[in-house]
Design a protein around this ligand. Structure first.
Ligand SMILES: [Zn+2]
Length: 116
């Protein structure tokens, strides 16, 4: 069992709270599906993100919801040519073809929308 970092658990809990609040605002006590987007991070695998969401949604109105995750391209910066910031799947700078550095995202997972 992989250990889940504490800050990732806090992020996951905040997202679940956000989803539950959205459902409550529409007068619903259960959620059919949750749609998340995840961003690449060098030190966090998607499986750990899934595990954090799973752990935090237990005993909430999102406990039985279907989970959907979509991978977004990474955000990179190139220090080879001009400090250009760009999004790419493979990390290669569109200007010079050099591999850029991953910009550490403050959020590795975000709630896209929910289905009631
Ligand atoms: Zn470049």
């Amino acid at each position: 069992m992989t250990e889940i970092p504490e800050d990732l658990l806090l992020q996951a809990r905040a997202l679940i709270n956000q989803a539950v609040a959205e459902a409550a605002a529409q007068g619903r006590s259960s959620i059919r599906a949750l749609y998340f987007v995840i961003y690449p991070a060098e030190d966090i695998l998607p499986d750990v993100i899934y595990a954090a969401i799973e752990a935090m949604r237990l005993a909430t109105p999102a406990g039985e919801a279907e989970l959907h995750f979509t991978q977004r391209p990474g955000r990179y910066v190139c220090w080879n040519c001009c400090g250009l910031r760009y999004e790419a799947v493979n990390g290669v700078c569109p200007n010079c073809g050099h591999e850029g550095l991953v910009i550490p995202p403050e959020m590795v997972v975000a709630l896209d929308h929910i289905e009631l």
